[in-house]
Ligand binder design. Sequence first.
Ligand code: ATP
Length: 472
Amino acid sequence: MKLVHTYADLGSTFSSHVQPQPLDTPELVSVNQDIVQLLSCADFSEEQLAQLCNGEMIPEGGQPVSMVYSGHQFGVYVPRLGDGRAILLGETEGSDGVLYDLQLKGAGLTPYSRDGDGRAVLRSTIREYLCGEALHSLGIPTTRALCLINSNTPVYREQVETGAALLRVSESHIRFGTFEYFSHTRQLDALSQLVDYVVERHFPEWTDADDKAANLLSEATRRTAEMVAQWQAVGWCHGVMNSDNMSILGHTIDYGPFGFIDGFNAVHICNHSDWHGRYAFNRQPDIGYWNCSALASALLPLLEGKEQAEDLIKQYPSFFSKKYASLLRAKFGLSSSKEGDSQLFDEVFQLMHDERTDYTIFFRALGKPDLQDLFIDRDRFNSWSNKYEKRIAQEPSSLDEIIKSMSQVNPKYILRNHLLQIAINKAENGDYSEVNKLLKIIRQPFSEQPEFESYADSPPDWAGDLEVSCSS
Ligand SMILES: Nc1ncnc2c1ncn2[C@@H]1O[C@H](COP(=O)(O)OP(=O)(O)OP(=O)(O)O)[C@@H](O)[C@H]1O
């Protein structure tokens, strides 16, 4: 594997050179064979992969750096954040011809570590590793990871845990907050250089355009709106939609206290430190918009003025609605939109919310005879179901065909928190088999996998009491 160092080449205004600080006795927990193929590293032994993930082996051409950024956290601007525990090794070309960043997460102290220890623990690393794959398999743009390691290095959170690290792979680790940093510190040449870098690397067709910043803002707005629409459609909550966790490419990044919704709750809050519900499930679309306005403010010095910035981001609601409406139509098995459809959807969402019906199981069972068993208030359900049947009868395809097409968009296997917790508990006792089993299962979310039927069941009672720790 050979690396280039295009981001490091931007110079010390953008990042700081750092050396990874390896963990003690690294042990490979899991290797993502999809990414092995993508990065053509099938010739790496397990030991080499562990060394790579532990920062002990830097591939030829790599120049480890940590990136500076800032951002709005829970609506409050924090002037300097940066990679406090992440180290970008460099970039490498994938077998698809795309240039990917290789970034270690949990590799030790950096100039941006502030009060942190530069480390990540096993449970949070497993969560990030698996959820990147879960979302990717659902067709949602996201960072992913090549592998993850555990170690003997003690790391202190609420208790002693073990240090772990992840080798994150992404088309970009540039965040809205990266632009905010240069804008708020009035480093406008750097801001412009950053736009040029992103355009040259990801949107070369705009290289000669006069309005690169405007194009970028418009594209980031569209991609963010569509990514959030995809989250909503699968019932996924990010939990910490700070502007430093918003990728300029509209990819899902930073898996913290995220959660797939089990029993549907429109106002579900997966982050237990989010006291006011800023990042509640139903607020995600608006927060995505809010973050786009933070990006617009950051890019303002490179735009024609406020009016242009506003014009560009005000497309967000229509980008979101268009994408979300098309995803919902497909989830309900409808090929086109008809008057009354959104009321039909709203009615069943309200019923599911009131009864906390399992979101994923409902959609997977839609159109099938046993659907009514999911509801307590049968009359209310039947009243809705009659309307739905009438609507489905207007479709050109047969019910069998509709059910088949719905099973391509309504997953059976999702990465529920309780499944993750079982895998984490085992891994913390040295058994990584459940992590690897889950990886296999969530890779095929839409397929029937009879041997793993129980992984599609509704969660056990104890899942409702699970609180994902925010210290990671
Ligand atoms: N243990 C730690 N040591 C040093 N810095 C940390 C640590 N945990 C978080 N940070 C820093 O605090 C800020 C916010 O943390 P957050 O949890 O959102 O990000 P993260 O999970 O570390 O990183 P990323 O966004 O790259 O996935 C980031 O600047 C991050 O680097």
